[in-house]
Design a protein. Sequence first.
Length: 405
Amino acid sequence: MDMNNVNIEEIVKQVLSGMTGNAPAAASAPAASTGIPKTARVAVLTEKEHFDIKEYPIPPIGDDDILVKVEGCGVCGTDAHEFKRDPFNLIPVALGHEGTGEIVAMGKNVKVDTAGKPVKVGDKVVTCMIFKDDPDITMFDLNKKNVGGADVYGLLPDDDVHLNGWFSDYIFLRGGNFGTTFFNVSDLDLDSRILIEPCAVLVHAVERAKTTGILRFNSRVVVQGCGPIGLICIAVLRTMGVEHICAVDGNEKRLEFAKRMGADTSVNFMNFKGIEALTEAVKEAQGGHLADFAFQCTGNPKAHANIYKFIRNGGGLCELGFFINGGDATINPHFDLCSKEINLVGSWVYTLRDYVTTFDFLKRAKAIGLPMSELITDKFPLEQINEALQTNLAMTGLKIAVVNK
Ligand SMILES: NC(=O)c1ccc[n+]([C@@H]2O[C@H](COP(=O)([O-])OP(=O)(O)OC[C@H]3O[C@@H](n4cnc5c(N)ncnc54)[C@H](O)[C@@H]3O)[C@@H](O)[C@H]2O)c1
Ligand SMILES: [Zn+2]
């Protein structure tokens, strides 16, 4: 994955520059805290391409704070970007934001999660964004607002708490005005919980697609790009009851997986020379029809230019492949957009509400037998965090995760 990002750096820098007062609120005696060690191991990126496992004291738990014993955390493209280049100037930093674990202690004021669901010691949780300007936020407040640009555990500057990322034994979730959002997801298995964050990206993309009014049960849909993002896109569409999904990629193994995720046809673009031949192949795969709707799930500008050709007049396109700056794409506005009257939406990250929708999606996906767990191709223990990040960079698997024993 080309992580030559400019936009995300600016966003994260902007967010971090506004951060002050990271220490926890006046701490009181820890609440129910049986079996909690005095110290926790945290993987700290101490230099580019190198984590050290450090041991820090577990801070006293304030009335609004939560201590979570980490079970696992997915490796995100953003982690890989920070690992390789430190574009956010965060070193030393505790990374990992796609994490989940069990509440082992919490302050007396903690009663419910961000969706209003009761929480107790022993519940499994995930974090979402940190809204320090709106610490009382609930999922209902952010119905339309995108969470891109907010703070997140796993990309916080180091401070005297240290337990700020999910690549660790324990993470310390701060209450009060810190603005932590978190959800009780005790009814999901560990693999599903690790997949929540990337899946929320696709729940959001499909919600964006639905605003065009074109995506329907019997739509013919092209999903271009079958990395984790495209594969999950197919799974979300399938769980919604979309029957006709054509997967496009150049990697045969990924295309096979796309079929198991719910695509009914696939096209390997490597087998076709030129956009005309490729368009014919996509059309043929869809019974002689162009697509009603297409999702662009690669970070390749050429792929953005190509996808218009696969869509019928009056059809829709959701472009979500460019989380980072992948360069410019050349299209012909007359032929590709205007004369075809294409309905184009962009999609970026998700809202808090999409996060909650994602929990239901994951349950449905499992119930209809989609092989979601197989998206996690590599699992490493915390002490092999460097290998986990290198495996992500090598792009030999799909989703890489760090899983604690
Ligand atoms: N919108 C968002 O909020 C958001 C969030 C996360 C990731 N993303 C972006 O989504 C993109 C996909 O993520 P991923 O993790 O699946 O990446 P990935 O690199 O694992 O997968 C991309 C896939 O696209 C295929 N591909 C490349 N060029 C192609 C072409 N011309 N035609 C068809 N297929 C082609 C590759 O073979 C690969 O399988 C990335 O660029 C990522 O930055 C967006
Ligand atoms: Zn992520």
